[in-house]
Design a protein around this ligand. Structure first.
Ligand code: OGA
Ligand code: NI
Length: 365
């Protein structure tokens, strides 16, 4: 794809902008009034203390007591249907490893600019150090930088593109990735059986153990002098199957759209936040829905979050699972490869749920 070979204009590092001490953010980062954080409908103050995404204790999925296992699977199913978001504890990923990987990325983002620039990415693969998502010239920009890398399939893994500094980075990212992918595999089984499919259905339909995709985006949200005017990440749904997010539990930022309101997620210590993404909505024929989310920034604290995207193999055609299609519930989504699907966000940047919603319209009109 020619149009994706390079960025259409010079890339500005948001961290560099922030460090320059500006008091007024450039126009490119100023959101339209309705998209700004202050103009969203927040839960009432008293309510916001209590409203949070559901929490799931993963160890109960493997309890010796069948009724506990069943109840936990059901809790996950309701979280998927009501929120499309939940957080998991006792997930099997070592807390010590999580602390190490967070520290590694924190150190990476605090390297001198010249060092990070060695990894500057291009829109052909997105691998490396980046500061924008959409490639279209003139699009609105978000207040964040990131580092993007492929872990799976093994054929796409190129450790030469991963940071060499801090010295532990490659190894710790490798170890962390292995653990997070394991957790993803467990959740895929739960989603399958909750949807009434055989346990291995989703994993196979999305490409199988050898071809399924897993990529990490380490997000860095610098301090922002005018946090009320911009967003760290504009509203979007994730394009893949699901995302396993390791947030920054000390700096809130992630907001989830729930019942028409933006709810600020309050992460439990060492939890992963799991969200359903567009390809799972498609494969489930709309039984599950991906959910819009966004990130707000603040003037006092920077924030690092690690988003692990669990994705389908790029070149197989994804369409609703046959057992979930019937006369009463016909196919709601047209068939498309993930490679084709993700060109949209890679061209236009984050735009709510507009892409998957347009697909539904195309089949129902
Ligand atoms: C993402 C994302 C949320 C966060 O990277 O797609 O939604 O809290 N990140 O950084
Ligand atoms: Ni996201």
């Amino acid at each position: 794809m020619n149009c994706l070979a390079s960025w259409p204009e010079p890339v500005v590092r948001v961290q560099h902008l922030s460090d320059s001490g500006i008091k007024v953010i450039p126009d490119r980062y100023v959101k339209k009034p309705l998209e700004r954080p202050g103009n969203s409908v927040e839960p009432a103050a008293a309510e916001s203390e209590e409203v949070n995404i559901p929490a799931i204790d993963m160890k109960d999925l493997y309890s010796g007591d069948g009724s506990i296992r069943q109840r936990t699977a059901l809790l996950i199913d309701s979280a998927c249907r009501e929120w499309g978001f939940f957080q998991v504890v006792n997930h099997g990923v070592s807390h010590e490893l999580m602390a190490r990987v967070r520290e590694a990325w924190y150190q990476f983002f605090h390297l001198p600019l010249e060092e990070k620039q060695k990894y500057a990415n291009s829109p052909s693969t997105y691998e490396g150090y980046g500061s924008r998502l959409g490639v279209e010239k003139g699009i609105s920009l978000d207040w964040s930088d990131y580092f993007f890398l492929h872990y799976l399939p093994v054929g796409l893994r190129d450790q030469d593109k991963w940071p060499t500094l801090p010295a532990s980075c490659r190894q710790v990212v490798d170890e962390y990735s292995r653990e997070v992918v394991k957790l993803g595999g467990k959740l895929m089984k739960v989603f399958s059986t909750n949807l009434g499919l055989r346990e291995g259905y989703l994993q196979d339909a999305f490409g199988g153990d050898d071809e399924i995709g897993a990529c990490l985006r380490a997000n860095f949200y610098p301090k922002c002098p005018q946090p009320d005017l911009t967003l760290g990440l504009s509203s979007h749904s994730d394009p893949g199957i699901m995302t396993l997010l390791f947030p920054d539990e000390n700096v809130p930022g992630l907001q989830v759209r729930h019942a028409g309101k933006w709810v600020t997620v309050n992460p439990l210590p060492n939890a992963f936040i799991v969200n359903l993404a567009d390809q799972l909505e498609i494969m489930s024929n709309g039984n599950y829905k991906s959910v819009e989310h966004r990130v707000i920034v603040n003037a006092q604290k920077e924030r690092v979050s690690l988003a692990y995207f669990y994705n389908p193999k790029g070149d197989i055609v994804i369409k609703p699972a046959e057992p979930l299609v019937s006369e009463e519930r016909p196919t709601l989504y047209p068939a498309m490869t993930f490679d084709a699907y993700r060109l949209y966000i890679r061209t236009k940047g984050p735009h709510g749920k507009s892409q998957v919603e347009a697909m539904v319209k195309s089949t129902t009109q």
